[in-house]
Design a protein. Sequence first.
Length: 317
Amino acid sequence: MRKILFMVFLIVLILPGAVFSAGQQDGELTTIVFGDNSWDSVQVHNRIAAFIIENGFEGYKVDYMPGDSIPLFSGLVQGDVDVNMESWHSNIMEIYTKGIESGDVIDLGQNMPDAPQGWWVPRYIVEGPDAKAPNLKSVADLPQYADLFADPEDKSKGIVYGGVAGWGQLKISEAIFEKYGLEETFNMGVVGSGSVIAASMVGAYEKKEAWCGYYWAPTPILGTLDMVRLKGSEFEPALVNILVNKSMLEKAPDVVEFLKAYATSVAVNNEFLAKMDAEDWDTQQTAEWFLKNKEDIWTKWVSSEVSEKVKAALASL
């Protein structure tokens, strides 16, 4: 009798735990991790996709992993990151190719086509009656204007802001710098974030000073400032695709189909980034504005059932 009572006691102890564990498993949501690179457009895309996934699909929640392009791509290969909404992989072609060939990374196609990159200077420096460098047309012309672009920390040379540490594009800027032998007359400026390089450009522009450096579109800055791209600095047309880790094919096949259909343009990106800048919104607010005002775009990416759920969620905001 004591043995029977002891067994009943064990069952009473074990059963609730077993039921709770099973309930947790049944109720668990699959987490999809987006690589949250340090520029605005990709962060807006992440939040557009996240809102659709969390409100239009069943069984998912979204998380974000902040970082820069090369570390986050490594995370995508390893499976720590599930989705990259803006690959810019023409800047990191070697590691992209390895990831694709290994099968660890799946390319779902373009987010936006042909995003321009290169080295830019203010138009007022090279054109107009007050132009201080009227003959500056290409990178090859920079040495004769080194004094105009003086490095504040080394007055003996000019400075070209080559890009951001940790971004794949920096190697391309370094190759351009070396190709044209600029090391004798210029220093290569490498900054810690996209916001720092943007601030240096805007600060110089507001003072009508000379500035030369890497930037890209779509961005609100190139949509606002009148900048000219130097010949010889043009990067290859950027490949801005959506990539996923191979595990997504099994754990979220419906999300993969949605991301395959996801497509925008440079013009659309410039529009929402300009709106973000003008209204001083964060990336979540900008994503919500896009979803509310661009139904003609995003409803093409999903089924009518998903779109109705997303619209209902937007209406409750």
